[in-house]
Design a protein around this ligand. Structure first.
Ligand code: BES
Ligand code: MN
Ligand code: ZN
Length: 497
């Protein structure tokens, strides 16, 4: 998609489709009223005829407008003017994007962002528009051979209409951020949607190296199993023992500030397939465990965003990547392994493997003396039970960091909900034979998983984001979402201010 900002009188502009806002009870927004007037009241008449009220998410396509510079008009409901907030605007954008995609138009001009959205500025509105449209247009076609399915969408250009030159700079900021974030999301989704036989730990490492070649400011180092051995990452390596694919720790360093500036470390769980190991998962929906690398993929995607935006901060991305399979050499329930930190871990369930990778990555993060460490992981099915599939779960050891992340989630629409990380929960991880057990029983599984990680995160500000319910969609719409790239990107953008 090609995006541009257009600052001119509406009368002077042309295209296949003009996108216009309508408030509830059929109240026309400013540009819509101008166009209605130009067309002798056609918009008002048709809205009434079809009883379209203008609720957020309503759309009406006027497919042929005679003697007008725009062949089509897409009317988009924005709900009540007084209650138009971020959520309603995003809902309207999603509906508009889908309708625009299906309209057959090749070029479009949008005036939707003239609407006031509570608490949000123009840059935000433009950025959200790009994200909504890219989301509507995204399809995973890499592995489909039928040409019919591979037909690209007709829509090729979207212009944002501005009445005021003073607004151009803000709109351009929004556009730049929106394009960088959606490219980062796309990179993440493309890796995530690939099956486990193609997207292996080495494949992820290759993608990271490719990113390093594309951006001077990103240095990539791939640690192999011998390196991990040397680092004494016994927890991480115990998971990959049961797999024929070699494990890797992907290390990406983005330097956008002076070398002295403390980096933000992002850690992403990179299980390219999680069958559970000897504690084998049930067969139903097991294919979805190819998505167990979504945390890792989103860290790679977010580093790309940081580099494309040239953020003046330092960011380190760590992706421990492995498979978790049953095998004669695999971890067994009851096995005790020694992590890089020296802590001995009793593996009571081999399916709680993510934390075994992450704990060694957390210990590795210490060497950077980080400003903050954020790990993102499809860590627990319990998170989906607790929160459903709308927010990701958040836990951490630092109030400010958690609050900052929650705000970044609200702003980006990639939302978080915090769960308690109280000491009382730590007791569930007691082991009779080692320092800690890798599971905490059936109660509060998301929290006890975070409790486990917290033991390896004592030396820095740390937050953990459980993306089990948000990284991909299940059912007929099955596919990666690209989350939490918007959240992490927003956090980095805020830190760069
Ligand atoms: N990758 C899974 C978590 C998961 C499961 C995410 C389903 C999304 C959907 C993780 O490795 C896992 O298996 N966790 C176990 C932990 C349990 C053994 C304590 C789980 O959630 O069942
Ligand atoms: Mn598992
Ligand atoms: Zn897993």
């Amino acid at each position: 998609m090609d995006y541009a900002i257009k600052c001119d009188d509406l009368e002077n502009l042309a295209g296949d489709c003009l996108v216009l806002g309508v408030y509830q009870k059929r109240k026309l927004s400013a540009a819509t009223a101008v166009v209605d007037e130009m067309l002798g009241g056609l918009v008002t008449r048709l809205l009434k005829r079809d009883d379209v009220e203008g609720k957020a998410g309503d759309v009406m396509l006027i497919n042929h407008v005679p003697r007008h510079q725009f062949e089509r008009l897409l009317l988009v409901g924005l709900g009540k003017r007084e209650t138009l907030d971020a959520a309603a605007y995003r809902k309207a954008l999603a509906a508009a994007s889908k309708a625009l995609k299906d309209s057959g138009a090749k070029t479009a001009l949008s005036a939707l962002h003239e609407a006031e959205v509570k608490g949000e500025d123009l840059a935000w509105k433009i950025r959200q528009s790009v994200e909504a449209l890219e989301n509507a247009l995204y399809r995973f076609t890499q592995l489909k051979t039928e040409t019919e399915n591979n037909k690209p969408p007709r829509l090729a250009k979207l212009q944002f209409w501005l009445a005021n030159v003073q607004d151009v700079a803000a709109a351009e900021t929004g556009l730049k951020q929106g394009e960088a974030i959606t490219r980062g999301m796309r990179l993440t989704r493309e890796m995530a949607n690939l099956p486990g036989n193609i997207c292996t730990p080495s494949y992820l490492a290759e993608q990271a190296e490719k990113l390093g070649r594309a951006h001077k400011k990103i240095k990539v180092n791939i640690l192999d199993e011998a390196d991990l051995e040397e680092l004494r990452m016994g927890a991480f390596l115990s998971v990959s023992k049961g797999s024929r694919q070699p494990a890797t720790l992907i290390v990406m360093e983005y330097q956008g500030a002076s070398a002295k500036a403390k980096p933000i470390v992002l850690i992403g769980k990179g299980l390219t397939f999680d069958a559970g190991g000897i504690s084998l998962k049930p067969a139903a929906n097991m294919d979805e465990m190819k998505y167990d690398m979504c945390g890792g993929a989103s860290v790679i995607g977010t580093l790309q965003v940081a580099a494309e935006l040239g953020l003046p901060i330092n960011v380190v991305g760590l992706v421990p990547a492995s498979e978790n399979l049953p095998d004669g050499n695999a971890n067994k329930p009851g096995d005790i392994v020694t992590s890089m930190s020296g802590m001995a871990i009793e593996i009571l369930n081999t399916d709680a493997e993510g934390r075994l990778l992450l704990c060694d990555a957390l210990t590795y993060a210490k060497r950077y003396e980080p400003a903050a460490v954020i790990d993102v992981a499809t860590l627990t099915g319990a998170c989906i039970v607790a929160l459903g599939r709308h927010p990701s779960g958040l836990m951490g050891n630092d109030e400010d960091l958690c609050k900052t992340l929650i705000r970044a989630g609200e702003k980006s629409g990639d939302r978080l909900w915090r769960l308690p990380l109280w000491d009382e929960y730590q007791e569930q991880l007691k082991s009779n034979f080692a320092d800690v057990a890798n599971i905490g029983g059936p109660d509060g599984g998301t929290i006890t998983a975070a409790c486990f990680l917290s033991r390896f995160a004592k030396d820095f500000k740390w937050a953990h984001v459980d993306i089990a319910g948000t990284a991909w969609k299940t059912g007929t719409e099955k596919g990666a979402t690209g989350r939490p790239v918007p959240l992490l990107s927003q956090y980095l953008i805020d830190q760069a201010q």
